[in-house]
Write a protein that binds this ligand. Structure first.
Ligand code: TYD
Length: 206
């Protein structure tokens, strides 16, 4: 049985998710809540090893389907070992990327389509976010914020790939208006935070 609240953050690379997650953590903890912040791919020791494998520049020859399956495998481990137990203990779980990343990056970006949703439905076994903040920022702007030499294998993909990913996110936002909250992330950091915290407050009232 699930008691806590599961929140995910999504958006293009360089959209400022990490900064906003820290603000959300502070806000929720100040109200006396127990908060667990985690990320994908990763969040478990097995997941971090898979992250290393997936994102390494040495994994150039990785087939798109292998990539999708590895993200889903890391997610299955993460849900069972970390997310579901924390929710059962009544915690707030904030996760930096989750299932929507796979649908946007592998489904749209790599053009694997619906198979990605199917693989992932199998991986998460019903453990879906209660709310998802989608930080919307022109992917080219996001990428400019990441220094060339720090870019991982996915971030090194050409601009067209990142445009497809962003289009995928917009489709998801239309498809799941109850869950996905679009946030204009091109504004000042403090304005973005204020917007997110207002939505969060409303979520807590529900
Ligand atoms: P992220 O942790 O946001 O990158 P960083 O910490 O370097 O800013 O995500 C790593 C990359 O993995 C990012 O480019 C998005 C990609 N990704 C997918 O393609 N599919 C997925 O399912 C997930 C979770 C991430």
């Amino acid at each position: 049985m699930k008691h806590g609240l599961f929140i995910t953050l999504e958006g293009p690379d360089g959209s400022g998710k990490t900064t906003q997650i820290e603000k959300m953590r502070e806000y929720l903890q100040d109200q006396g809540n127990q908060v667990l912040v985690t990320r994908e791919p990763g969040g478990t020791s097995i997941g971090e090893r898979l992250r290393e494998l997936i994102l390494s520049r040495e994994s150039e020859e990785m087939d798109p389907l292998t990539e999708a399956l590895l993200y889903a495998a890391a997610r299955a481990q993460h849900v069972e070992q970390v997310i579901r137990p924390a929710l059962e203990r009544g915690k707030f779980v904030i996760c930096d990327r989750f299932i929507d990343s796979s649908i946007a990056y592998q489904g749209y970006g790599r053009r694997l389509g619906d198979s990605v949703s199917i693989i992932n439905a199998y991986a998460v076994k019903g453990c879906m976010p209660d709310a998802t903040f989608l930080l919307k920022l022109d992917p080219a702007m996001g990428r400019n914020r990441i220094e060339q030499k720090q870019r991982d294998r996915i971030e090194l993909e050409h601009a067209d790939f990142h445009e497809l990913v962003f289009h995928g996110y917009e489709e998801l936002e239309l498809q799941y208006p109850q869950r996905i909250i679009g946030i204009d992330a091109s504004r000042e950091i403090s304005e973005v935070t204020e917007d997110i915290l207002q939505h969060l407050e409303r979520l807590l009232e529900r």
